[in-house]
Design a protein around this ligand. Sequence first.
Ligand SMILES: Nc1nc(=O)c2c([nH]1)NC[C@@H]1CN(c3ccc(C(=O)N[C@@H](CCC(=O)O)C(=O)O)cc3)C=[N+]21
Length: 295
Amino acid sequence: MTDVIDGDAVAADVRDGLAGAIRTLDDAGVTPTLATVLMSDDPASETYVSMKQQDCAEVGIEARDVELDPEAPAEELFETVADLNADPSVNGILVQMPVPDHVEDRDVIRTIDPAKDVDGFHPENVGRLVAGDPVFKPCTPHGVLKLLDAAGVETEGADVTIVGRSNIVGKPLANLLIGKADDGNATVTVCHSRTENLPEKTRRADVVIAAAGVPELVDGSMLTDGTVVIDVGVNRVERDGESTLVGDVDFESAKSKARAITPVPGGVGPMTRAMLLYNTVKATSRQAEVPVDLP
Ligand SMILES: Nc1nc(=O)c2c([nH]1)NC[C@@H]1CN(c3ccc(C(=O)N[C@@H](CCC(=O)O)C(=O)O)cc3)C=[N+]21
């Protein structure tokens, strides 16, 4: 029987596991505070930001919601971030991506204080991750590692094929998986749009992680029996005149081969949000110099 990994349940466990740390901070007079910055009219971005705020409320993290006109000059966003950097009551800053075309992603990311960079996107945090000494593991890769652990998948010695080389998923995940920590020690193959003979790379893997942003790119014909499949994709597509969410994996055909598989929705997505709460609590603990136990 194929195990369908329940991301909502594992995310709930992470949130429960954060309760003790949040209580410890509370006892020290500190309320973890996350500022979300939204510079977009895109309904999906608005939905994600409001889900993050709900998650915060649920665990006792204060959410500060900043919204900017998508037409505003880039400087307005940089000044907003600078104000949040300087505000000692703000522990974490998340600028919802994508930002408008007239603002460079990399310029925004560099503006965020690395100590408050709960996405883990700042070059200082990227560098620390690559060097094997991460402070903030990026939320989606971290969530994937937690899901593998929850599914009882041992990464040490495993052949992992990652499909996708983005800065937010593929690259950091590859670095974490080849690291020497308990959730690493894997042998990693990173594939992308120019990879030749992709099915050969996915078929030889013990674990396939699909993070290419291509709907249903990975199907059962590309998998060997017993593979663990993690689907990072969140693609909104039109099906039969209706908008639905599909992953980068063709779920039904992949499930017929997989030992364990994550669904979309209800797989990696909720974990991304849970690990954002985790990083916010970690940032708060470091800034307040109040040690906490993290799950
Ligand atoms: N600075 C920044 N940090 C991010 O982490 C970030 C971002 N920008 N921009 C957009 C992407 C996307 N992302 C998701 C998070 C949760 C779900 C999620 O919870 N999805 C639900 C379903 C949600 C639905 O129904 O639409 C699920 O998969 O079960 C999806 C996508 C975070 N991102």
